[in-house]
Design a protein around this ligand. Structure first.
Ligand code: SF4
Ligand code: FE
Length: 511
């Protein structure tokens, strides 16, 4: 029985000596844990462990599977209240790290696979659900980090996987035997993959019978032979090599990498879908139903940025000005709008036959769609309040120069009681979050992570029930057409989402 990882420090030690094949800027990185560019991303995941120690009510739960208290990131939510708790934990971690803490993808993938494997088993007589629970038990007992590997390289976007000139642009099975399967292909921009212990590989889109070999879901250890990681560059990431004030956020960063699978073996015991192509779309839709409301993580990051903007205004001596306060109110309004829709998606969850709760698809998509826009406006307002110095400030090293240092300290002071260095640190943090390294986590990931804006518009369009809404309007306008009124495609689901009774909201887990 593995000893569970308890603290952030133990987690960091668990990543050592794994022999991963990682490349960064054209160099092989023998030990990612000690690399100055990579370590801040590891620190961000470590916070998910330390938060659980400091605040178990927020970041742990009792697992019905093991009967033990486990980290909430490896716990399956069996009530809407538990989904809401995930969101609260995500916001807190965003506040603590100011970046992407990477552990939500695996959490959301487990939830989606829980109901989908149950349904595949019912349709095909397979044994995937039991395998998934066995794997989840291993993850819970070890308190492991599981990344979710969904987005394929994709090749020509107008073609299905089997039509691509090079089939490897989508991960697929290249060989099967009695022991297992071998997969090949590439997953792009994989959050936290090098900081994980396992990856859950999943299909990225709706598939047809011709794409059978691409319909694959499986768990693979990150150190499995045949896997290569190409570390994603981030704007200003080399500031981490310098450290200090200019890094903006010295301790924490996100992590994205391209993952190459070159005939990677996976035993059958870790395979949760192999060829059941008709379940690829439900798996993707359910995963996004969870992951698009997980993006309330950005409201925690937004809290940091709003605080930084207020501190910059304070250093300038203008925090009390009416227009400054109004901008802080606007930033808060935008931030809370994201939070409201995300938490509502969790609150309006639907119980699935497998026992897991499925977050509301419409509200999750609305949440993520807000996230593609509102952090950009919050970031714009933060830069507005920071002033142009956020982009023109001399280097921190100049502060220590015997000739120019004293002059820089003199001229960087705005309000006399706030030292130049303090003002500089806040401006570097705003730079880090809006155009530096953690702008990847706060802005670009907000735009493209968990699906680019159009992906949400498609799902919102699919579920918006325009026919039903037209009937509502016609009924009130006194228009009758002599035909029965349109109802939603699935009235129970639609009305359930809008009118779900409050007694459904209490926790149902063993807690
Ligand atoms: Fe979690 Fe947010 Fe990072 Fe996704 S972007 S892994 S939801 S912190
Ligand atoms: Fe993400």
């Amino acid at each position: 029985m593995p000893t569970p990882i308890r603290s952030g420090a133990e987690y960091i030690e668990s990543l050592r000596g794994r022999g991963l094949r990682v490349f960064l800027q054209g160099e092989f990185i023998a030990e990612p844990v000690d690399h100055p560019v990579i370590r801040p991303a590891i620190n961000a995941v470590a916070e998910t462990y330390d938060l659980a120690l400091r605040d178990p009510a927020l970041a742990t739960a009792i697992s019905p599977l093991t009967g033990e208290r486990v980290n909430r990131f490896v716990h399956l939510a069996t009530s809407p209240a538990e989904l809401v708790m995930q969101n609260k934990m995500q916001r807190r971690l965003g506040q603590l790290t100011g970046t992407c803490f990477q552990r939500c993808v695996g959490m959301d993938a487990f939830h989606a696979l829980h109901s989908v494997t149950c349904e595949i088993d019912a349709a095909h007589g397979t044994g995937y659900h039991r395998r998934l629970l066995d794997f989840l038990g291993l993850v819970q007992r070890g308190n492991l980090v599981v990344g979710g590997a969904m987005t394929d390289a994709k090749g020509d976007r107008s073609k299905a996987p089997h039509q691509q000139a090079d089939a490897d642009v989508f991960v697929h099975v290249v060989r099967r035997d009695d022991s297992g399967i071998w997969i090949r292909g590439a997953k792009a921009h994989q959050t936290g993959c090098i900081n994980s212990h396992w990856m859950l590989v999943m299909p990225t889109m709706r598939l047809t019978a011709a794409d059978r070999d691409f319909a694959i879901a499986a768990a693979v250890p990150v150190e499995a032979p045949g896997i290569t990681y190409l570390y994603g560059r981030q704007s200003c990431d080399s500031r981490a090599m310098e450290g200090g004030i200019d890094a903006g956020n010295e301790r924490f960063a996100g992590q994205e990498a391209m993952v190459l699978f070159e005939d990677v073996f996976i035993p059958h015991q870790r395979v949760f879908m192999d060829g059941e192509h008709e379940f690829a779309a439900p798996l993707v839709d359910r995963f996004t139903g969870y992951h698009r409301r997980s993006y309330v993580c950005k409201t925690g990051v937004g809290d940091v940025l709003i605080g930084a903007a207020a501190a910059a205004a304070e250093a300038n001596g203008v925090e009390g000005a009416g227009h400054i306060r109004d901008k802080l109110v606007e930033m808060t309004h935008l931030n809370e709008t994201i939070y409201a829709t995300g938490i509502a998606a969790s609150h309006q969850a639907t119980p699935m036959a497998s026992g897991v709760q499925q977050a509301d698809e419409m509200l999750a998509n609305v949440c993520k769609h807000h996230v593609t826009k509102l952090p950009y406006e919050i970031g714009r307002l933060a830069q507005d309040l920071a002033g142009g110095l956020v982009a023109t400030m001399p280097a921190a090293a100049d502060l220590d120069h015997p000739e120019v240092g004293p002059l820089l300290r003199k001229y960087l002071v705005a309000r006399a009681d706030i030292p130049a260095e303090e003002r500089m640190r806040i401006l570097r943090l705003i730079e880090n979050m809006t155009m530096g390294r953690n702008a990847v986590g706060y802005l670009t990931e907000s735009l493209h992570g968990a699906g680019s804006p159009q992906a949400q518009r498609i799902q919102i369009g699919r579920a918006m029930e325009i026919g039903f809404k037209k009937e509502l309007a016609r009924a009130l306008a006194g228009i009758t057409r002599g035909e029965p009124p349109a109802t939603p495609a699935d009235p129970d689901d639609y009305m359930g989402r809008v009118f779900r009774p409050l007694e459904d909201d209490g926790p149902r887990s063993q807690e």
